[in-house]
Design a binder for this molecule. Structure first.
Ligand SMILES: [Zn+2]
Length: 448
């Protein structure tokens, strides 16, 4: 989206634009989104094939920039799982061949090159993204590690620390006002009195720090991993200067857009849907601290396409998502009714047995109801699996295998330039990915 915007603006104005992608490499490896990629799969009971990266529990509070890249066996096993998924999911030998070919190209041109250069787990992830964006798509986005950006934000850190009272007051007030309207920004109330930065520990983790109640400009907190008490004391005459400790500091989520705007003067900030809560808080804080707020964009569109797993799901459930969801509700309540009916008959059977009466007819009734119930449960399982597949926003691998990387980018660009709505679904043209097709035609062919 940012590259499409940049090209469009540069084509009509004499302005040069730099797109900066900040890699959030100071998050904990414990976060599930760091260690799990999901691909839709009709051959898994949940409807999802999950590629996982397991981490020793003793390392769970390490920052991703300090986690080594995965071992070669892990990489080999991921590829093996994907190949097996393609073999089970493809509908014809020619389709299978094309998808294996797409996978191999993605693996050689993206995964293996990124892997060979990566030192850390976060490098591996970001090198893959930069490989796709800058090599395959030919853009020139600048990728920067958040863990290495603090130096250029030193002024901003000092500014936020000297305005800490306003920062924390506005944060608490905004969150409470939103909560009173039933909106949670995801910021926990015990963060209100925290400084807007993390203090890194020598063990590879970091500590949330709070201002000391006794000493002004003194902060302390306990390391999330080794529990060591870390202190940041800015009271001494030579301690005011943050530059000596800056490599041990990184901004918390709310401070990131504030610092990028204040110190780098960014004009546009693009985030995922998950960042909306933090952005709302940051926006309010920016108003009170006099920091100019950049144009903020969130592209929340859902991609609608028929990959191999989506095809199998639609063929199995024979209906669109809204109908599938109401059918599911219907089936679940019928299932509950059957459970009650069967339980009543089982109780009655016990009474009849105790009275020495014949059980033949009641056993036949129970058998009949159980058969019906099994049929309902099978249908529930299939529709649940189908809706999981169709509701998933899959890992980029699903796109790479089904369309190849180049076609995926063309589809997104086409949506942005021809439709431009950042909330409406992106209907993938699947007749021929390289040619333009009327969108109405597309809507008819794709279920949603
Ligand atoms: Zn530590």
């Amino acid at each position: 989206m940012l590259e499409t915007l940049k090209t469009t603006i540069e084509n009509c104005k004499e302005q040069r634009i730099v797109n900066l992608f900040v890699i959030i490499d100071h998050d904990f490896i414990e976060e599930i989104w760091m260690r799990r990629a999901q691909i839709p799969s009709f051959h898994h009971s949940s409807g999802l094939l999950q590629l996982r990266f397991s981490v020793n529990p003793s390392k769970k509070w390490q920052m991703v920039c300090n986690i080594p890249r995965p071992g070669e066996t892990t990489l080999y096993n991921w590829k093996r799982e994907i190949v097996s998924w393609i073999k089970k999911s493809s509908s014809s030998p020619s389709q299978r061949e094309k998808m294996i070919d797409n996978l191999n190209r993605f693996w050689v041109e993206v995964v293996e090159i990124a892997y060979s250069k990566a030192r850390s787990y976060s490098d591996f992830n970001s090198f893959m993204m930069s490989k796709i964006i800058n090599s395959i798509w030919g853009y020139n986005t600048l990728f920067v590690r958040l863990s290495e950006i603090s130096q250029v934000l030193t002024n901003g850190f000092e500014f936020l620390i000297s305005n800490l009272r306003t920062y924390t007051d506005v944060l608490a007030r905004t969150d409470q006002a939103l909560l009173s309207h039933g909106i949670s920004t995801g910021v926990s109330s015990n963060s209100y009195n925290k400084a807007p930065l993390w203090l890194h520990c020598k063990c590879g983790s970091k500590a949330p720090i709070s201002p000391s109640t006794r000493r002004k400009l003194s902060f302390k907190g306990s390391c999330m991993s080794c529990k060591k008490e870390l202190t940041l004391d800015l009271n001494g005459p030579h301690d005011r200067d943050l530059s000596k400790v800056i490599s041990y500091l990184s901004p918390r989520a709310i401070a990131i857009p504030l610092l990028l705007s204040r110190d780098l003067e960014i004009s546009c900030y693009c985030s995922g849907k998950g960042g909306l809560g933090y952005l709302t808080d940051a926006n309010m804080i920016s108003k009170h601290l006099g920091i100019r707020w950049p144009l903020t964009l969130v592209w929340g569109s859902k991609d609608v396409y028929r990959g191999i797993a989506q095809n199998q799901a639609l063929d199995a459930i024979h209906m669109e998502i809204p109908n599938a969801e109401s059918r599911l509700q219907e089936l679940r309540s019928t299932n509950d009714e059957y459970r009650t009916k069967i339980q009543d008959l089982v109780n009655k059977r016990t009474e009849l047995a105790n009275a020495g009466s014949s059980l033949q007819s009641i056993l036949e009734d129970i058998f009949q109801l159980k058969e019906e119930q099994r049929r309902i449960r099978r249908e529930i399982e299939i529709i649940e699996k189908g809706t999981n597949i169709l509701n998933l926003s899959p890992c980029i691998l699903d796109y790479a295998v089904n369309f190849g990387m180049v076609d995926t980018q063309k589809q997104w660009c086409r949506h942005l330039l021809e439709n431009g709505n950042l909330a409406s679904p992106v209907y993938f043209n699947q007749k021929n990915c390289n040619s333009e097709v009327e969108e109405d035609d597309n809507k008819r062919r794709v279920f949603i």
